[in-house]
Design a binder for this molecule. Structure first.
Ligand code: FPP
Length: 228
């Protein structure tokens, strides 16, 4: 925690570059995603140990990612099942699993039933933990989230920052403190456009499977530089 920011931090990650990581090694893209899921497990461990991170939100699969080749989509979905099954690790990190994305029953939502079940179980099995909340954005797009929030706010009869915020997928998520994007891309994509207002950004050339505890520290340190 920095003196200027005494509450636990919210770090959000756009985990980019799995494909490039694999290509550089002459491996199939799917191997890059497998390595990416393992890197995430490691980052969760490191973040839990840092103690000043209260929320870690990661972009696991977007509303735009469904157009990728079927085998790749299938592989990424199975990795989500693996990720959501890491209950023992989450419990030993005292961390809660959370999810944001198009609600399963909403028009256009695409989360397959087996992933829905994995998400629901992971949330229930880790709900008792009191430490960091790890939120996976799956079948998530910020525009879809904001359109839904605006529609619901209109039904409530008032469209205001407060009513939009109340109607976000997870209204308990605080503002993001640092947004990380790996692999040299300096874009935001369609990720948490409401929640990132005013946040610091940390762009790194490193591809996601190579992102580690040291880089996480560097990302958090951006706040110290900003406060100085
Ligand atoms: C981008 O790499 C990454 C994604 C499609 C989303 C993140 C997915 C993972 C980290 C894999 C598994 C993670 C979870 C949460 C289970 P890319 O394919 O766009 O890489 P490229 O830009 O180098 O082609």
């Amino acid at each position: 925690m920095t003196p200027a920011n005494p509450r636990p931090l919210h770090i959000a990650c756009i985990m980019d570059g799995n494909g490039r990581w694999a290509r550089r090694r002459g491996l199939p893209r799917t191997d890059g995603h497998t390595a990416g899921e393992e890197a995430l497990a490691e980052v969760v461990r490191s973040a839990a140990h840092l103690k000043n991170i209260g929320w870690l939100t990661v972009f696991g699969f977007s509303t735009e990612n469904w157009v990728r080749p079927r085998t790749e989509v299938r592989h990424i979905l199975s990795l989500h099942r693996k990720l959501f099954s890491r209950t023992e690790e989450m419990n030993s990190n005292n961390a809660r699993t959370r999810w944001i994305g198009r609600p399963f029953t909403d028009k256009g939502a695409r989360t397959p039933v087996y992933v829905q079940k994995a998400i629901t179980k992971a949330i229930a099995d880790t709900a008792h933990n009191t430490g960091m909340a790890v939120t996976v954005a799956f079948d998530y797009g910020s525009r879809a989230e904001l359109i839904r929030a605006a529609q619901r706010a209109m039904k409530e009869g008032v469209v205001s920052p407060e009513s939009i915020e109340r109607n976000l997928y997870d209204p308990t998520l605080p503002a993001v403190d640092v947004l990380v994007r790996t692999s040299g891309e300096t874009r935001i994509s369609n990720f948490m456009l409401w929640q990132i207002k005013g946040c610091a950004v940390y762009f790194t050339e490193r591809t996601w499977p190579d992102f580690n505890a040291q880089e996480l520290n560097e990302a958090v340190a951006v706040l110290t530089h900003r406060a100085a």
